[in-house]
Write a protein that binds this ligand. Structure first.
Ligand code: RFL
Ligand code: PHB
Length: 394
């Protein structure tokens, strides 16, 4: 079997890259370890930057998002029992974000791929890239008990944090940067109307809380929890009670609660690998970096990586300029590090760090200043709606 770009992983990175390449007439094959339904069962991000919204439209997968997604022009920070609204549109010079779940956009991308002739192997086992430091790389895998070899010109490692692609790169060729946080997020999805029109990020002495949403009838909530906590420790009742304690009284009093339809605990991590390429293998999205979810950047960074790689692959393949791809890592990393910084900063600003009383006062002082200052609100708004992409498609 032969293709131009072998894509490992059918999360948002792999599917979006595949779809853009297919639209541009560049042959690609996706190899995914899990089933389609398993990929769709993962409840993750929900806030899309304008750049990602535009990419989904370009990939021909934006129609349902445009119909069902919710445009948010502001976001709230709850502190000292009060909501402080940041006017994203005003402060960022006209941008907003789109609330549309990762599950839904993954489904849309899968459907768009089904409508094309591009090939996807779900439940591909033992996926392994080979000779990526040569100009004849290939990927081997097993599917339905049969062994395959996929020859290709390029390999896109879109296989997430635990994937095989990053591990293929010799240890002495990459550097890893990591911060693991001493707390987690307990998330609940419920078919209840959102607590507020726009998202609420809450800083409270009992810990951080977030009120997010998927639609006007489906809410997503998170509370900061201990890494030792188990999902079984948290009945729905206990979750709602704790969430309400961390929110302003009027929000808590009017909040509609109901049975959870999903409940999970996620650890928080910052991670970046440099460089994001080795020979003809390019790492994309979570395969190369992780952010704590506080800034809603994980999925959006995957999209900006895809945009950069797509532009450079197009130049390499269609304008016969393979050297263009040498820039991928540096272009992607410039944007990644800024989002890493924002996510780390928001995490430290809003969580209970169990630090000294002095440090808690420092958090309060910083919040007070940020929320009353135009410069402070502008800083948050600019980053939250997403920094510009560096490359433009010709
Ligand atoms: P994904 O979504 O992890 O997809 C990778 C795909 O690769 C497959 N795979 C393999 N396929 C073949 N062979 C192998 N050896 C393979 N190993 C893995 C996997 O099955 C999977 O289908 O990475 P991608 O595409 O880069 O997308 C990134 C986003 O999913 C991610 O950044 C965000 O979801 C991060 N994230 C969140 N981001 C936010 O912005 N807001 C959130 O609220 C938020 N919540 C989360 C999250 C990530 C989580 N993870 C990774 C545990 C909550 C969780 C629990
Ligand atoms: C979500 O809706 O899952 C979500 C929204 C914003 C975040 C993190 C998660 O910062």
């Amino acid at each position: 079997m032969k293709t131009t770009v072998a894509i490992i992983g059918s999360g948002p990175s792999g599917l979006l890259l595949g779809q853009l390449l297919t639209k541009a007439g560049i042959d690609n094959v996706i190899l995914e370890a899990k089933t389609r339904d398993y990929v769709l069962s993962r409840i993750r991000a929900g806030v899309l930057e304008q750049g990602m919204v535009d990419l989904l439209r370009k990939a021909g997968a934006g129609a349902r998002m445009d119909k069902e997604g919710l445009v948010h022009e502001g976001v709230n920070i709850s502190w000292n029992g009060q909501l402080h609204r940041i006017d994203l549109k005003k402060m960022s010079g006209g941008s907003s974000v789109m609330v549309y779940g990762q599950t839904e956009l993954t489904r849309d991308l899968m459907d768009a791929r089904l409508d094309s002739s591009a090939q996807t192997f779900y439940e591909a086992q033992n996926v392994q890239p080979h000779q990526v430091d040569s100009d004849q790389p290939y990927v081997t895998f097993t599917h339905n008990g049969e062994d395959y070899r996929l020859d290709c010109d390029y390999v896109a490692g879109c296989d997430g944090f635990h994937g095989v692609s990053r591990k293929t790169i010799p240890e002495d060729k990459i550097t890893e940067f990591e911060r693991v946080y001493p707390f987690g997020w307990l998330g609940v999805l419920s078919d209840t109307p959102p607590a507020a029109e726009e998202l609420i990020y809450a800083h409270h002495p009992r810990g951080f809380a977030l009120c997010s949403q998927r639609s006007l009838t489906r809410s997503r909530y998170y509370i900061q929890c201990s890494l030792d906590d188990k999902v079984e420790d948290w009945s729905d009742e206990r979750f709602w009670e704790e969430l309400k304690k961390r929110l302003p009284e009027d929000v808590a009093n009017t909040m509609v609660t109901g049975p959870s339809i999903e409940k999970s605990i996620a650890p928080l991590r910052s991670f970046v690998v440099e460089p994001m390429q080795y020979g003809r293998l390019f790492l994309v999205g979570d395969a190369a970096h992780i952010v704590p979810p506080t800034g809603a950047k994980g999925l959006n960074l995957a999209a900006s990586d895809v945009q950069a790689l797509y532009c450079l692959l197009k130049e390499a393949i269609q304008q016969n300029n393979p050297a263009a791809l040498e820039r991928y890592s540096e272009v992607a990393l410039r944007r990644i590090w800024k989002a890493e910084q924002f996510s780390w900063w928001m995490t430290n600003l809003l969580h209970d760090l169990s630090a000294s009383p002095f440090e808690a006062k420092m958090q309060d002082a910083q919040l007070a200043h940020l929320l009353e200052s135009v410069a402070g609100q502008t800083l948050i708004a600019e980053q939250y709606v997403g920094l510009p992409y560096e490359l433009k498609e010709d």
